[in-house]
Write a protein that binds this ligand. Structure first.
Ligand SMILES: *Cc1c(COP(=O)(O)O)cnc(C)c1O
Length: 526
């Protein structure tokens, strides 16, 4: 494939090293991976793939709304359409294809049982405006999911509606703001303390809710600097946001002291629970003094994610914050299940709503299927195996790569820095790109920001030893090549991917989200 094509999403800049295949293919395909154009670029404009009767002349009630021109799609037949999308799908990495070692993302296998359950028509074909008497089963499922989440976290309340981790953070901080408001302290408590290693959504959420973000330092061993935290806590602080296990893959050893200091200062403890996979069934955040914590169902409880959604980020709340939970929630009033939807009666302190309806039903079904099929002992083993797998990787790579925090075990993810690449001319990015050539999706790069050239590897519990060994051997071989001075292999990588190095900055800053008719084409577009 030429590197100067200028269609949507394709690179316009030449590849950094222009030594491509010795024998570029004639079709643009690579092995059995077909090259594929955008659907708008496919032939088939003068045909149709389906055989429909001619519409009657007076058949439309659309009036002015009826399209005057074709919609700009080729008339593909069923096999052509099928192949188009399958070819495109093969350009994506998928958890069903191989290990997806993205640290902080918990990309684990999604059991097919979850999908089967989510497709039961009683769950998949309902509408949020249906009378509640007709969706009792769905409400019961939400009630059960809430029960599991409260039990696993040791927290008395949960708001199910947030649709992602970041949305859950927003929910938690809004509940915290409402609680300070109820005490008349909201005008004085303007700050939220966030450690330097935090996920970007933490400071972004605090700023979005109107708080001033104050950074808390980190110790040399990758934990919250408790002395710095204590110095910054005071009557002007509304909350702290701490991730546990943190984004360096380490358990916050001083978590009890952190929550004690926070409460002593009259602030609330928001825990980012995105890494709950590492401790589920082993530790109850409620016992650690947490006031609010989001749970990414799409991480810990295996519902699919990636590509921007769908997610679900329920937030568990402490006794102190429970009254401010957003509507709606499910109650069982003895006669059946119902949604508490209005800010009156038992919900008169609710801070409002986060979304129009009750959240992501399909995710609830998948998450509860996952929980029930594992059972409480199975969920505990999830955490244990996730931690074991990450430590296996850390132990087997630490002699060729530099662990960011070499002392002691990690939790569910192994963090390396780029110290070991010093003097090789190879960067973290180059190394990651070379992994693609070996058939592996790269780990999370350059996050957390506190570690130079970070490489964050999260295997999850669903990888076998065999698969981990394959991954480890590939990384060991690559590390050897980098140290042996085989710079070419890295600088130009990936050589074998359908697309090579994209101009990612330009893709983010100037995305072309719409296909336009190329100059000189006689093709009708939208
Ligand atoms: C994934 C993640 C989030 C955000 O969750 P989304 O569902 O992507 O919004 C927040 N914090 C941490 C530590 C995460 O890993």
């Amino acid at each position: 494939m030429s590197s100067t094509m200028n269609t949507v999403g394709r690179p316009t800049a030449p590849n950094p090293v222009d030594h491509d295949y010795k024998h570029p293919t004639l079709t643009g395909g690579r092995g059995l991976l077909q090259d594929e154009k955008l659907i708008f670029e496919l032939d088939g404009w003068d045909k149709t793939g389906v055989d429909l009767p001619e519409p009657s002349a007076d058949g439309s009630d659309l009036g002015d709304l009826a399209r005057a021109a074709p919609i700009g799609l080729p008339g593909l037949s069923e096999p052509e359409a099928m192949r188009h999308y399958v070819r495109l799908s093969q350009k994506n990495h998928a958890i069903d294809l191989a290990l997806y070692p993205l640290g902080s993302c918990t990309m684990k296998h999604n059991p097919r049982l979850n999908e089967k359950m989510a497709r039961i028509p009683g769950f998949s074909d309902i509408h949020p405006l249906q009378p509640q008497s007709t969706v009792q089963g769905a409400l019961e499922l939400m009630d059960q999911l809430a029960h599991w989440l409260k039990t696993l976290t040791g927290m008395p309340a949960v708001a199910l509606s947030p649709k992602a981790g970041a949305h859950g953070e927003l929910c938690g901080l809004m509940a915290i703001r409402a609680a300070h408001q109820a005490k008349g302290e909201h005008t004085q408590r303007r700050k939220v303390l966030v450690p330097t290693s935090a996920h970007g959504t933490n400071p972004a959420t605090a700023a979005f809710v109107g708080y001033q973000v104050v950074e808390v330092a980190q110790t040399d061993d990758g934990r919250v600097d408790v002395a710095d935290l204590a110095a910054k806590l005071g009557p002007d602080v509304a909350a702290i946001m701490v991730t546990n296990p943190n984004t360096c893959g380490l358990f916050e050893r001083d978590i009890l002291e952190i929550s004690r200091l926070t409460h002593e200062a009259g602030a609330y403890f928001y825990c980012d629970g995105a890494n709950f996979n590492a401790i589920v069934g082993r530790v109850r955040p409620g016992d650690l003094g947490v006031d609010a914590m989001h749970i990414n169902l799409h991480k810990t409880f295996s519902t699919p994610h990636g590509g921007g959604g769908p997610g679900a980020g329920p937030v568990v709340l402490s006794e102190a914050l429970a009254p401010f939970a957003p509507a709606p929630w499910v109650v069982d009033d003895g006669k059946g299940f119902k949604l508490v939807e209005f800010e009156e009666g038992e919900a008169d302190q609710a801070f409002g709503r986060l979304c129009a309806f009750h959240g992501q039903m399909g995710m609830y079904v998948r998450a509860l299927s996952y929980m029930m099929s594992h059972g409480s002992d199975g969920l505990r083993q999830v955490a244990e195996d996730a931690v074991l797998n990450a430590n296996y990787i850390k132990a087997r790579l630490s002699d060729v790569m530099s662990a960011a925090f070499p002392d002691g075990p990690c939790m569910h993810e192994a963090l390396f820095d780029d110290e070991w690449l010093k003097g090789t001319e190879v960067t973290t990015l180059d190394f990651a790109k070379a992994m693609i050539d070996e058939g592996f999706h790269p780990m999370t790069m350059y996050f957390p920001l506190v570690v130079h050239g970070a490489m964050l590897i999260e295997p999850t519990e669903t990888e076998s030893k065999q698969e981990l060994d394959r991954f480890i051997e590939a990384l060991r071989a690559l590390a050897g090549a980098a140290k042996a001075g085989d710079v070419e292999r890295f600088k130009g990588a990936p050589f074998h991917a359908p697309l090579r190095r994209l101009d990612e900055t330009r893709a983010a800053r100037a995305p072309r989200l719409r296909w336009t008719v190329p100059e000189g084409s006689n093709r009708a577009a939208e």
